[in-house]
Ligand binder design. Structure first.
Ligand code: AMP
Length: 401
C-alpha cells in the first residue's frame, strides 16, 4: 500500500530544522494498581519516531489519549505519569503541558520534546472536531501519525489534524501498515485465516470480509459452536448464538461461492463446568451430550489445522481456538500457534496476528516472537481485516496538503 512515510518528510539530514512536528502516539499503556506501567510496549513503540525527528532537528509535540475521561479533565487520567518512563526511554528531557501554546513552542529548541495532556480531556477530540484539529495544526508544520491502534477512530488528534497538515506515518505505524497490507492487500497465496474467540456477533463483518479474500478459513473458539449448531450438530450447553443460525449459514454459503474452504472442528474437548482443570473429555463433534460445554478443539481438528498451515503461504490470525485462559482448554490454541511459529521460523509461512485477546493467546503459547508480526492494535487491526477504510490511514494517502 502506498502512503506518505516519515522518510518522505526527512529527505535529508536536518530537513526539519526550525519546523514543528505534531506526533500522535498511543501512550494508553496498561498500569498496575500502584500506578506503575505494567507493559511499556506502546511507549517503546514510539521511541524510534521521536529519535528520528530529533535527528532531523524538529521540535516534537506528542499527543495521546489515555483511558476514557469522557471529555473533561480527570486527574486520575492525566498523562503526566508517563513523563519519567519516556525520559528513560528516549534518554532525553521531556516537558509536559496541559495546553499547546505559541509562547511554549517559541522556547523550544530543535530536538526538544513536549508532551501535551490527554487529548480526550477535550470533549471535541472524540467528536472529530475540525476546530480542535485546527487549533492543534496551527502550531505545527507537519503531522506524524504513529498510533495505528487509534487509526480506526475519526478523532481530532489522530485523523482530522492530518486532513489539515501534511501527514506522514511514523515508524511504528509504517511497520504495522506494511505487515497488515502484506497479508491482506497483496498476499502470497494460498492465504489462510484463523478466527476464534467467543462470539460470532462481534465478528460478522470480519467473517464476511475474510471469506471473500482467503483460500482457507479456520473457525474455532466459542463462535464455531454457532456454525456447528447451524449445520445441525448438537452443541449441548456450549456458548452458542442460536439467533445467528441464518447468518452463519449465509457466511458458509458466501464462502462456498468465493471458493474459500471453511474448517470447523471435527472433534472437541468438553466439560460440564466453565473452570480451569474441570473434568473434561474429548469426543467427535456428533457425540456432544446435552450438558456438555465445548471449551476447546480436539486433536483431530488441530491436525487438520496444521495440515492446512502446511499448504498455506500466508496466515492471518485473530482470536483463540478455545477458552485458552484455562488449562487444559488452551491446548489447541497453543499447539496450532506453536506450529504456525515453527513454519514461520523455517521461512515457509508469513504469519500476522492481532486484535483482542490474540496477543495474549500467542504470548501464552510462547509463539508471539516467532510470528512475522503481531499487532498490538485491537479495534484498528480488526477493522483493517474487515476491509474498512481507517481515517488515520486515509490521511496518509493524500499528498495535496
Ligand atoms: P474474543 O475477544 O472474541 O477474541 O474472545 C476471546 C474469548 O473467547 C476468550 O476469553 C476465550 O476464553 C473465549 N472462548 C474461546 N473459545 C471458547 C469456548 N469454546 N467457549 C467459551 N468461551 C470461549
Amino acid at each position: 500500500m502506498k502512503f506518505q512515510r516519515l522518510e518522505d518528510a526527512i529527505p535529508k539530514k536536518n530537513a526539519l530544522k526550525g519546523k514543528t512536528a505534531l506526533v500522535r502516539v498511543d501512550f494508553n499503556v496498561p498500569r498496575n494498581k500502584d500506578g506503575s506501567i505494567s507493559d511499556d510496549t506502546r511507549l517503546q513503540a514510539a521511541v524510534p519516531t521521536i529519535k528520528a525527528l530529533q535527528t532531523a532537528g524538529a521540535k516534537i509535540i506528542l499527543l495521546s489519549h489515555y483511558g476514557r475521561p469522557k471529555g473533561k479533565a480527570d486527574p486520575k487520567l492525566s498523562l503526566e505519569f508517563i513523563v519519567p518512563a519516556l525520559v528513560e526511554a528516549i534518554e532525553d528531557e521531556v516537558s509536559f503541558s496541559e495546553k499547546l501554546s505559541e509562547p511554549l513552542i517559541s522556547t523550544m529548541e530543535p530536538g526538544d520534546v513536549l508532551l501535551i495532556e490527554n487529548t480526550r480531556f477535550n470533549e471535541m477530540e472524540t467528536k472529530g472536531d475540525r476546530g480542535m484539529a485546527e487549533n492543534l495544526a496551527k502550531h505545527a508544520d507537519i503531522f506524524v501519525m504513529d498510533a495505528f491502534s487509534a487509526a480506526h477512530r475519526n478523532h481530532a488528534s489522530s485523523a482530522v489534524v492530518g486532513e489539515i497538515l501534511p501527514a506522514y506515518a511514523g515508524l511504528a505505524m509504517e511497520r504495522e501498515l506494511d505487515h497488515v497490507s502484506q497479508v491482506l492487500d497483496n498476499p502470497k497465496s494460498p492465504v489462510m485465516g484463523v478466527v476464534g474467540g467467543a462470539k460470532v456477533s462481534s465478528k460478522i463483518d470480519l467473517l464476511e470480509s475474510l471469506v471473500s479474500k482467503l483460500d482457507i478459513l479456520v473457525i474455532g473458539g466459542g463462535m464455531a459452536n454457532t456454525f456447528l449448531f447451524a449445520q445441525g450438530h448438537n452443541v449441548g450447553a456450549s456458548l452458542c448464538e442460536n439467533d445467528l443460525k441464518d447468518k452463519a449459514l449465509e457466511i458458509l454459503k458466501a464462502a462456498k461461492k468465493a471458493k474459500c474452504k471453511i474448517l470447523l472442528p471435527v472433534d472437541v474437548v468438553t466439560a460440564k463446568e466453565f473452570a480451569a482443570n474441570a473434568k473434561h473429555k474429548q469426543c467427535a463433534i456428533d457425540d456432544v451430550k446435552a450438558k456438555d460445554m465445548i471449551l476447546d478443539c480436539g486433536t483431530a481438528t488441530v491436525e487438520t489445522i496444521m495440515k492446512a498451515m502446511d499448504s498455506a503461504k500466508t496466515l492471518i490470525w485473530n482470536g483463540p481456538l478455545g477458552a485458552f485462559e484455562m488449562t487444559p482448554f488452551d491446548t489447541s490454541t497453543v499447539e496450532a500457534a506453536k506450529y504456525a511459529a515453527k513454519l514461520t521460523k523455517a521461512g515457509k509461512l508469513i504469519s500476522v496476528a492481532g486484535g483482542g485477546d490474540t496477543v495474549a493467546a500467542l504470548k501464552h503459547a510462547g509463539a508471539a516472537d516467532d510470528f512475522t508480526f503481531v499487532s498490538t492494535a485491537g479495534g484498528a487491526f480488526l477493522e483493517w481485516m474487515e476491509g474498512k477504510p481507517l481515517p488515520g490511514v486515509e490521511i496518509l494517502k493524500n499528498k495535496t496538503k
